[in-house]
Ligand binder design. Structure first.
Ligand code: ATP
Ligand code: MG
Length: 376
């Protein structure tokens, strides 16, 4: 899909802005705190929900709580390029309405799946460098985007895990009924945990291969990226979603082997909630050795792989929003991002106009105090 045009009224520091976008590359440059991320957020609001997760009232311009906020996006799907569709987001005080071609949506969830976008924000660097939880959350997010039942499987698993951990926390040393309950929870957890792991790895190879491809396009040093799912249950044993019987048996064995340890630690020490994803550049773990530019490149490569995966699985091409992506990247990497991501319509923000010196084709706006000026 592509967004053809966007109109914003009274959204955070943007009083009024109208855009006709380039079908390929759209760049917004300006100093800090001028409205670049606010613009990205306005687009995300039209796609169902702000990625900043604000209270609704926070979107209203400071000090003008009675004004009406509106964002309207006209876009077309790849399957019907001539048909124009319109999403409107309007908000007064704390209540908002979302309409798709004039029809009110009950909630933002209704738009998910129809309007897809892939977003890079600087916080995504933590996917590479941060705690394992960040990586699990990302893999769960991607898995659920492709297969909408993944979150409910994860929810069931986490609920069972909490209940088992409660028993571990509260049990006395020789409590036979608690021990029996733990055995039964282990069977449940092995079953639900295998579901979660299968949901994650079903599309993982595709994501990993896409990230590897984009990473090598992004660098001029022949660096090779490898992305690996690290299972606390399966260890080095290779597995695919078809191996669920082997996975279940291994899972249950691991839980049984960990009984003494988890009674000491008072939580479940092995399972889908302890899995991780590792990134290697030229076989060296990125978490320990990657430079800032390499970390950023991995995050961008992942996001582009995500966009490609959505295209392949849904048949529709998502738009890609890259907020503050160019800093810390060398000239080669910047030039690749602004000139060679040709499969998607992209929206890029940058603090440095000089980042766009090598820009070949598309549109550039300068942003100052919430006002956008198109460069000739
Ligand atoms: P940076 O390069 O530092 O990321 P930015 O251009 O992305 O900057 P934004 O996050 O878009 O900056 O914020 C622009 C300005 O909008 C900030 O000064 C912020 O305080 C202001 N702002 C945020 N919310 C509102 C609001 N509800 N009303 C008015 N201004 C707001
Ligand atoms: Mg910003």
């Amino acid at each position: 899909m592509i967004i053809r045009s966007l109109s914003i009224r009274n959204f955070r520091n943007i009083a009024s802005a109208d855009f006709i976008f380039d079908p390929k590359v759209n760049i917004f440059t300006g100093n800090n705190a001028q409205g670049k991320t606010n613009l990205c957020e306005a687009i995300s609001v039209c796609f169902g929900k702000s990625f900043r997760n604000p209270k609704t009232s926070e979107l209203l311009p400071f000090g003008s709580l009675d004004t009406e906020t509106s964002v309207e996006a006209c876009f077309s799907f790849d399957s019907m390029p001539d048909k124009e569709n319109v999403v409107t987001y309007t908000q007064k005080n704390s209540s908002f309405r979302l309409k798709f071609n004039g029809i009110g949506m009950k909630d933002a969830e209704e738009l998910y799946g129809a309007l897809r976008y892939v977003l890079f924000i600087p916080e995504d660097l933590y996917i590479v460098k941060g705690d394992p939880e960040k990586r699990r959350n990302y893999i769960d997010f991607v898995s659920n985007m492709i297969n909408r039942v993944h979150n409910s499987k994860l929810y069931e698993y986490n609920k069972a895990l909490r209940q088992k951990n409660n028993i571990l926390i509260n049990m006395q040393s020789y409590d036979n009924s608690a021990l029996m309950m733990l055995d039964s929870w282990n069977e449940t957890l092995a079953k639900l945990g295998v579901n979660v792991m299968c949901g994650r790895i079903r599309y993982f190879d595709m994501l990993a291969a896409g990230a590897k491809k984009y990473y090598s396009l992004l660098n001029s040093n022949n660096e090779i990226l490898d992305v690996k799912y690290e299972s606390s249950v399966m260890g080095d044993t290779p597995f695919t979603p078809e191996d669920h019987i082997l996975m279940y048996e291994t899972y249950l064995n691991k839980l049984n082997e960990s009984k003494d340890r988890e009674r000491r630690m008072k939580y479940t020490v092995v399972g889908a909630h302890r899995d991780d994803v590792s990134f290697f550049i030229n076989n060296m773990p990125a978490k320990d050795f990657a430079s800032q530019g390499q970390v950023r490149s991995i995050a961008v490569a992942l996001k582009l792989a995500e966009a490609e995966m959505i295209t392949e699985k849904s048949g529709d091409v998502p738009i890609v929003i890259l907020d503050d992506v160019l800093s810390e990247l060398d000239e080669f990497r910047r030039a690749f991002i602004i000139n060679h991501i040709d499969k998607f319509q992209i929206f890029i923000t940058s603090c440095n106009l000089s980042d766009t010196e090598k820009f070949e084709s598309g549109k550039i706006w300068n942003v100052s105090d919430g006002k956008f000026t198109l460069k000739d």
